[in-house]
Design a protein around this ligand. Structure first.
Ligand SMILES: NC(=O)c1ccc[n+]([C@@H]2O[C@H](COP(=O)([O-])OP(=O)(O)OC[C@H]3O[C@@H](n4cnc5c(N)ncnc54)[C@H](O)[C@@H]3O)[C@@H](O)[C@H]2O)c1
Length: 327
């Protein structure tokens, strides 16, 4: 059991980070957020929690080591969610993605060692596996990423493992599989679910790259949040890596049809275009290791969280569709 009352969430203004922050505040932690707001939003953070001191907001960039060190000194544990999380963006700008995802992580780990942080929980990704012949993907399989993004997440994961071994820093890496939920952004670099929902809401067909038979293990954000809470509390071997997913699969074609029905437009059929580089064919996780070691049990089978997301997108500031690119 890791005892910590003050925890820092990097990327706490983003989609997953802000959902995690809400939960940590409810659990009674004093929470710090370190974010440069490059993709995060201030509206994702509860204003009253900032005003009443439950959340301390640190605006800054994880690529700035001195700043990272100055922030980290006030915290006992770190959730590291900040990154540029897009395959497409990493293909367009691999240097920037490396700087944020790899150097940013190294900065945090170095500060965490020097300042004797009790645990670092790292948001890794299913993209580290790349294409594999065997499914479901198990942590013991080799990691051969097929995009600069996947390579950056694997490099950062390796640093977490090495820092555990060399410096004795307790790190845990959670490999999230296609997370979805409220606050996930719609845009050029966003995930497939916000893009499909937004296009359908704007009477446009979802655009599928390839034949649509590619499958993903869609994981609801509250399950990811739960895994993070468990990863901080449970004692596991430093440097361990865990798949965090729903454990089931949905094809992109099924997803498009399901969302069309849920949005109330079952007559809108998807449009098919060329496959994209960097996309993998199949993603499906074996989650037994997280079940055994962390007590992780996903509560949302793939489709269960979708109505909540659709409802969230229908609130006041629903985006207008202008992006054909599901990531
Ligand atoms: N969304 C998914 O399906 C998914 C899947 C696997 C792994 N992940 C990982 O989960 C984490 C969170 O992803 P997300 O989907 O919430 O993305 P997001 O873009 O919503 O959140 C990332 C946050 O990091 C902040 N950030 C980016 N660069 C920064 C920098 N240089 N310094 C400080 N803050 C910075 C952004 O402003 C944002 O608030 C990432 O590490 C991502 O790689 C996400």
């Amino acid at each position: 059991m890791t005892e910590a009352s003050k925890v820092l969430v990097t990327g706490g203004a983003g989609f997953i980070g802000s959902n995690l922050v809400d939960r940590l505040v409810r659990e009674g932690y004093r929470v710090g957020i370190l974010d440069n707001f490059s993709t995060g939003e201030i509206s994702n953070i509860n204003k009253a929690d900032i005003e009443e001191g439950r959340i301390q907001l640190h605006r800054g960039d994880i690529t700035d080591y001195q700043l990272v060190r100055a922030v980290v000194k006030d915290y006992e544990a770190i959730y590291h969610e900040a990154a540029l999380p897009s395959v497409a963006r990493s293909i367009e700008d691999p240097l920037l993605v490396n700087e944020v995802n790899v150097t940013g992580t190294l900065n945090l780990l170095k500060a965490a060692v020097d300042l004797k942080v009790k645990k670092v929980v790292y948001a890794s990704s299913s993209s580290v596996y790349g294409e594999s012949v065997k499914l479901p993907k198990v942590e013991t399989m080799s990691s051969l990423p097929v995009s600069p993004y996947g390579a950056s997440k694997l490099a950062a994961e390796n640093y977490c493992r090495v820092f555990a071994k060399v410096y004795g820093l307790p790190t845990v890496c959670l490999r999230y599989f296609n997370v979805y939920g409220p606050r996930q952004k719609y845009g050029h670099y966003s995930g497939v679910i916000p893009i499909f929902i937004t296009r359908l809401r704007n009477d446009l067909p979802p655009v599928i790259f390839g034949d649509g038979e590619q499958v993903r293990d869609f994981t609801y954000v509250q399950d990811v949040v739960e895994a993070n809470v468990l990863a901080l509390r449970r004692d596991v071997n430093p440097g361990e890596v865990f798949n965090i997913a729903s454990g089931g699969t949905t094809s992109i074609k099924q997803l498009a049809e399901l969302l069309a029905k849920l949005v109330g437009k079952p007559h809108i059929a998807p449009e098919f275009v060329e496959e994209r580089p960097g996309d993998i064919r199949a993603s499906h996780a074996d989650i037994s290791k997280a079940g055994d070691a962390l007590g992780y049990r996903p509560r949302f089978v793939p489709a269960q969280g979708l109505p909540t997301v659709i409802e969230w997108f229908s609130r006041d500031k629903a985006p207008v569709a202008n992006e054909p690119n599901p990531a």
